[in-house]
Write a protein that binds this ligand. Structure first.
Ligand SMILES: [Zn+2]
Length: 408
């Protein structure tokens, strides 16, 4: 695991995260816009502040990032600047001894790529469903605004807050969001599990048959929807559209239920997603009141600013986060069960996407094995897998990390 580089601590806006220039963990190093192939140790861990040009820095030096820049989100770019992450070098097959490392890292990469592709595909298909929710949410606010009030630019804060209190029901929004999300998430989960089973089929077949443990009878996503008494007419459409079966292995379904169940109970949903929509609406509202726009124009502006692109981004975040969480929980349970059934010492290993948006603390966990209790320590929170519901939103939303099995 990497130490936190000084550039990160000093909040250099050029800082770009961690890379593995040789494609494996041993080559892991911090990178930035000046040194895309690795920051010289004298700068990343030594006393060189890099305020003046340094050999090989392409003319890019230390600059303090603005206060609200997220250091885990890649460099803070100014207008006209771009940052494209270099791909790791192709490895050469020279030494026999290095071959197994190579093969391992190739397997990892393949799993990683297929997982990320899976997320992206599923997120895309979930967008449509969640789009409707987010659009509806803005519509509910707009329709409540009415026309029997006049903008009062002198009291923007109070007026915006009053309007929102009258027209935004956080509980209703949370319920509606759950209704919109539960069925497609489970359907997408079913599809992903089917793929995952293909991946692990060969491993499972070579293991002795399992003993003990009473299995519950097969469960379906319909039962979950039933349990929550959700009115989801789209479920059968989704199933048809994706050509999937909602029948999954018991333990995965159980795990998925539990994860969704837990997630829906978290502040992240109850006090997180809906209120953050509220905050975004509030911002638009305040600006419009300040400008003295009438309620009709304010309504139009809301629809405009919270239109397609806004809802798309929010929908993608929900889809990625929740599906990732469900997949990881299922996979994590699978690895643990495999270990228990076979007696083989298998540990979960953290796999980070190591992309330009990967958080530094997640990248640092890349390749780390779970502890004896099957837990990882992410910024002080012990969790059995990435994007676990126990994590705060900032360590959860859009996380693309996953776990793989590693035989000790
Ligand atoms: Zn992550």
């Amino acid at each position: 695991m990497l130490q936190t580089p000084k550039c990160y601590e000093r909040r250099c806006r050029q800082f770009a995260g961690v890379a593995q220039p040789d494609g494996d963990e041993s080559s892991e190093k911090p990178i930035c816009r000046a040194f895309p192939n690795g920051i010289p140790a004298e700068i990343s861990y030594g006393d060189e502040l890099h305020l003046n040009p340094y050999k090989g820095d392409n003319g890019i030096v230390y600059e303090k990032a603005s206060a609200d820049h997220d250091m885990n989100a890649g460099p803070e770019l100014k207008e006209g600047e771009e940052w494209i992450r270099a791909e790791p070098d192709e490895e050469e097959e020279d030494e026999e001894g290095e071959k197994s490392i190579e093969v391992r890292s190739a397997i990892r990469k393949a799993i990683e790529e297929s997982r990320i592709k899976q997320y992206e595909e599923i997120a895309e298909s979930l967008e449509g469903v969640l789009d409707d929710y987010f659009a509806g949410s803005v519509e509910r606010i707009v329709s409540g605004l009415g026309s029997d009030w006049t903008p009062d630019p002198e009291h923007v804060e109070a007026q915006a807050a009053k309007l929102l209190d009258e027209n935004f029901d956080a509980d209703l929004e949370s319920t509606k969001l759950m209704e919109a999300a539960a069925a497609p998430l489970l359907a997408a989960f079913g599809k992903a599990v089917a793929q995952q089973r293909e991946e692990t089929k060969n491993i499972k077949r070579t293991k002795p048959h399992r003993t003990k443990k009473t299995r519950r009878k097969p469960t379906t996503a319909e039962q979950f929807v039933g349990k929550y008494d959700l009115d989801v007419p789209e479920l059968s459409d989704i199933v048809d559209e994706f050509h999937i079966s909602l029948r999954m292995p018991d333990w995965m379904v159980e795990q998925a239920f539990e994860t969704l169940d837990e997630t829906f109970k978290r502040d992240y949903w109850r006090e997180g997603i809906a209120p953050s929509t509220r905050r975004d609406v509030e911002r638009t509202l305040k600006a419009a009141i300040e400008e003295g726009l009438n309620s009709r124009d304010i309504a139009n502006r809301l629809v405009e600013q919270h239109g397609r692109r806004y809802t798309q981004a929010r929908a993608t975040a929900v889809a990625r986060t929740e599906l990732g969480s469900m997949l990881n929980s299922g996979h994590s349970a699978g690895i643990e069960e495999l270990a228990e059934d076979t007696g083989i010492e298998i540990r979960k290993e953290w796999l980070s996407a190591l992309g330009s948006t990967t958080r530094l603390s997640h990248a640092a966990l890349h390749g780390t094995l779970a502890n004896d209790d099957g837990m990882f320590d992410l910024d002080g929170v012990l969790i059995p897998y990435p994007s676990h519901p126990d994590l705060p939103a900032e360590n959860r939303i859009n996380c693309l990390c996953t776990v793989i099995s590693s035989i000790l």
